[in-house]
Write a protein that binds this ligand. Structure first.
Ligand code: Z5A
Length: 206
């Protein structure tokens, strides 16, 4: 059965995921492809409500395992209602964050056992994996400075440096474990260079 392609963007705060998602969308549309843009947590009415709860800065304490389960609850709905149907219609799905973020934030940042994450991943996704993932990587200070310029910080963004460092290390470990799928892009260079790198990988995929 033919299907579209599933592309995800990953990385820490403010590394340029949204900016480059837009760039990829335009590029794919120019190639005549049907594109659907979405994000996690979110992408459906239910998952967007869960996102609000997960990111609300006035919700001070969410137990790490509760946070993990809410991420996968949102993901399960998103996959069934949006991602799988779009792929079946041969659309190219561009998703701002996906399960690599769970390994990075709940696994690396919160210190949850990756075996539990892997179990949930299999249960919720079955065989579904991104065809390609762009991991935008930059020193934490760079991303945080860019994110801060936008104003109010969400619940994750109020974490400390040590948390973000663990997140970054976990992302890089994922890229090391899945080198064929996850392409590390140096996000600490001029945007034009970042986009040149992304385009080269996309040309190979198209
Ligand atoms: N989360 C989780 O814990 N577990 C999970 O499984 C999932 C998510 C799926 C969702 O945040 C939160 O959920 C996230 C992890 C958690 N934690 N946080 N925080 P999100 O993805 O919605 O928010 P974010 O990570 O904070 O993304 P962001 O702040 O929107 O950043 P971004 O999309 O990566 O960056 P941007 O908006 O494209 O760029 C930021 C600014 O930098 C902007 O002004 C750009 O013009 C500028 N920029 C971008 N690239 C460059 C370059 N190369 N040079 C100079 N300036 C640049």
């Amino acid at each position: 059965m033919t299907r579209g392609r599933f592309i995800t963007l990953e990385g820490g705060e403010g590394v340029g995921k949204s900016t480059n998602l837009k760039f990829i969308e335009v590029l794919l549309i120019e190639k005549g492809l049907q594109v659907m843009v979405t994000r996690e947590p979110g992408g459906t009415a239910l998952a967007e409500k869960l996102r609000q709860l997960l990111l609300a800065s006035d919700v001070k304490k969410i137990d790490a395992s509760t946070e993990l389960l809410l991420m996968f609850a949102a993901r399960a709905d998103h996959i069934q209602q949006v991602i799988k149907p779009a792929l079946a219609q041969e659309k190219w799905v561009l998703c701002d964050r996906f399960t690599d973020s769970t390994y990075a934030y709940q696994g690396g940042g919160r210190g949850l056992d990756t075996e539990n994450i892997a179990w949930l991943e299999k249960f919720v996704q079955q065989q579904l994996q991104p065809d390609i993932t762009f991991l935008l990587d930059a020193p934490i200070e760079i991303g945080m400075a860019r994110a801060k310029k936008r104003g109010a910080l969400d619940r994750f963004e109020t974490e400390q440096h040590v948390f973000f460092n663990k997140v970054r290390v976990a992302f890089l470990k994922r890229a090391n474990d899945f080198p064929k799928r996850i392409k590390i892009i140096d996000a600490n260079q001029a945007l034009s260079m970042v986009q040149e790198n992304i385009q080269a990988h996309l040309d190979a995929l198209i």
